[in-house]
Each structure stands twice: as C-alpha cells, then as structure tokens.
Design a protein around this ligand. Structure first.
Ligand code: ATP
Ligand code: MG
Length: 346
C-alpha cells in the first residue's frame, strides 16, 4: 500500500517520542481519517531500532470481561521461546509486536493463581527490563473505547489509565498512545478528572485541500476531477484511495463519487425516517441541528445535547471537544445533510 503524506503528523509524533515519557497521548479524529495507518507506518517504517513498539489493536474483539482483555494484551510463550524472543528484541531484530510477551507459568497465575497477582505489574516489569537494556518501548492501544464499559470491581478503563499514568509520568518507562475515533469516548476522557494534567490530545484529521490536490495530481487527475473528488470526498483518505484505484481501472471519477454519495444519502435518510417514526420530537430537534450546516462546514456547540449525541452515534457528525466543534464525518455526510434538508423543505 502506498503511504501518502503525513509529514506534519510524523514530525509532531516523533517530537513527542523524543522527549522523556511524561503525558499519555490520545490520538483522535473522524472515522477513516488514517489514524491506524499513520501509527503503523510510524512504528514499522520511521522509528529507529532502539524503539520497540507494542501495538495492541482492540478492533474486532468483543471484550466483556477482564480476562478477555488480558488475552489480547498478552502473548503467551513457554520459557525457552520467551528467552529467544527477548533475545531477538534486544538485538533489534523485532521492533514491532502485537502484544506483550509473557511466560506461560506467569500467565497461568493470572487466571488460576493467587488473586493478588497483578497482570499490570508484569507489564511494568517487562518494560523496565527493556529500559534496563537501553531499549525504548512504546505502547499503542488502538480502539481503546472497546473496553470503556467493562466493570470488574471498578471500571477496567480506570485501571488501564492508572497503568498508563504509572508508565509515563511516574516511572518514565514508555510512551503511551491511545487511539480512538469514538467522539463520545474522547469527550469523556477529555473531561476525566484523573487524566487532568496527565494527558494530551492529538487530532489526526482528513487531508486538507492542498494535500488532496497534490496526491491526485501526482496520479494524473485533471483539475475537474480533483474538484469533483474534493466536493464529494473532501480529504478522507479511504475515499481518495478508492478514487485513485477506480481511475486506474478506467472508471469515471464523477460516477464513482455520485455512487458513494447516493449510498450515504440513502443511509442517512433511512435513519432519519426511522427516528421520525420512533421519536418525532427528537427528529425535529435533530433537524434543527442539521440546519446549522446549511451554509457552514463546522459549528461551535454550547453543550452536547441528546440530538447532537444521536447524530454522533450514527456517525453523521464528529465531535472535537478540544475546540468544541461539531462537523460532518466527511463531505459525503455534509452533502447528504444539505440535500435532505431541502427534501424536508427546511
Ligand atoms: N496516509 C495514508 N496513505 C494512504 N492511504 C491511507 C492513508 N491513511 C489512510 N489511508 C487509507 O484509508 C484507510 C483507512 O485508514 P485507517 O484505518 O488508518 O483510518 P482510521 O482513522 O484508523 O479509521 P477508524 O476510524 O476506523 O479507526 C486505509 O485502509 C487506507 O486505505
Ligand atoms: Mg483505526
């Protein structure tokens, strides 16, 4: 896969990583803005060898209990293969991992041993060992919102935050990045007292117009085609890739854009019709929110009302709590919203 320009983001992230670990970094942005691809690119292609990345991707896991989370967090090895693995890490032969390695006997204690045994302590010890050998570990959690509601005694997410705080600000053992495109989750985190002064937020947004022009021009798009792609897709990387691939096989770019637009409009319309049937009052309020976008691309919000929340949960709007802004998830939603307002005659 070809990787498109993220020079600024890579520069910013490298600058964060060069510092001694201090704050937890939450990476957020609209859906399909390229957060995961960017972080993979960073750890696989950019970071020097002394960095060892643990990229724990919770996407696709249905986690309802702590045990299930631990099974994603750790990778179990018997003693011999663990040693070999550790050796390879020390030699810089393995710089990127999907989980934290653990020896089977220790692992069994998590589940069958004494209750007081702490899995998070193992993470700490393991990272300490890497630090002692001069390596610089980085932990990245992708789709952290998957565990947002799991309760053991307290919410698991709070235990994880405690671990993050310990690993960064207190022990300086590793950098921690947590990625999510769940707007309501990032809003909750942003207002979470325990993270005040211990975290920072980094927005990975869709590409801007200049970047889109540059990418498309390099792929042989005409000015007219570039305008069309920008109008329908904005800078959403996933759609740009689709446009580039479609053009390559000789498809008409405008046709492709309109096909995506029709589909998205139809989906949004169905959701609104259903809402109107189920809750006419809420429907009216949702339409009032949409009206704000008739002649604006983004809107500053006062408070997160239930109608804004409805639009966020349907992935029509994206919420940026740092600047108190709501905006459509992409140009497709914006166009669909405007067209639907006309349809409803408002
Ligand atoms: N920098 C890039 N260069 C090339 N293609 C990209 C880039 N960023 C994203 N893409 C394309 O967009 C798709 C979606 O990107 P990605 O999965 O990283 O988005 P995301 O923000 O993590 O999405 P989600 O909100 O679902 O977590 C990728 O599969 C890839 O096709
Ligand atoms: Mg992602």
């Amino acid at each position: 896969m070809e990787f498109f320009n993220r020079e600024k983001e890579i520069r910013d992230l490298i600058n964060m990583i060069k510092q001694e670990p201090n704050l937890i970094t939450f990476i957020y942005g609209p859906i399909n803005s390229g957060k995961t691809v960017l972080m993979y690119h960073l750890v696989e292609k950019i970071l020097p060898k002394e960095y060892v990345a643990f990229y724990i991707n919770l996407r696709g896991y249905s986690i309802t209990k702590q045990e299930e989370f631990l099974k994603v967090l750790f990778e179990v090895y018997d003693e011999n293969s663990f040693r070999k693995k550790f050796d390879r890490i020390l030699k810089g032969l393995e710089t990127y991992h999907k989980a934290i390695p653990v020896i089977r006997s220790i692992w069994r204690e998590f589940f069958f041993g004494e209750k007081s045994f702490d899995a998070f302590k193992h993470v700490e010890n393991f990272l300490q060992e890497l630090n002692n050998k001069g390596l610089k570990p980085i932990i990245i959690f992708d789709e952290l919102q998957v565990i947002k509601d799991i309760k053991i005694n307290e919410l698991l997410i709070y235990r994880i935050f405690n671990l993050f705080i310990r690993l960064t600000k207190e022990l300086k053992l590793c950098h921690v990045f947590a990625i999510t495109s769940d707007s309501t989750f990032i809003e909750r985190i942003y207002n979470e007292a325990m993270l005040q002064g211990r975290s920072r937020y980094y927005l990975v947004d869709d590409f801007d117009k200049e970047t889109v022009e540059k990418i498309l021009r390099s792929k042989g798009f005409s000015d007219e085609e570039i305008d069309t792609v920008w109008k329908y897709f904005g800078g959403k990387p996933i759609y740009l890739v689709e446009a580039i691939q479609s053009k390559k096989v000789g498809r008409n770019v405008k046709e492709l854009c309109e096909e995506f637009y029709r589909l998205r409009k139809s989906q949004v319309l169905d959701m609104l019709y259903m809402l109107r049937r189920e809750d006419a009052e809420m429907f009216k309020r949702v339409i009032e929110v949409l009206k704000n976008f008739k002649d604006r691309n983004e809107v500053v919000y006062e408070e997160i009302t239930p109608e804004i929340l409805w639009l966020i949960n349907k992935n029509i709007l994206f919420l940026e709590p740092m600047n108190r802004i709501i905006k459509p998830q992409s140009h497709l939603e914006l166009l669909a919203m405007r067209n639907i307002l006309e349809k409803f005659n408002v």
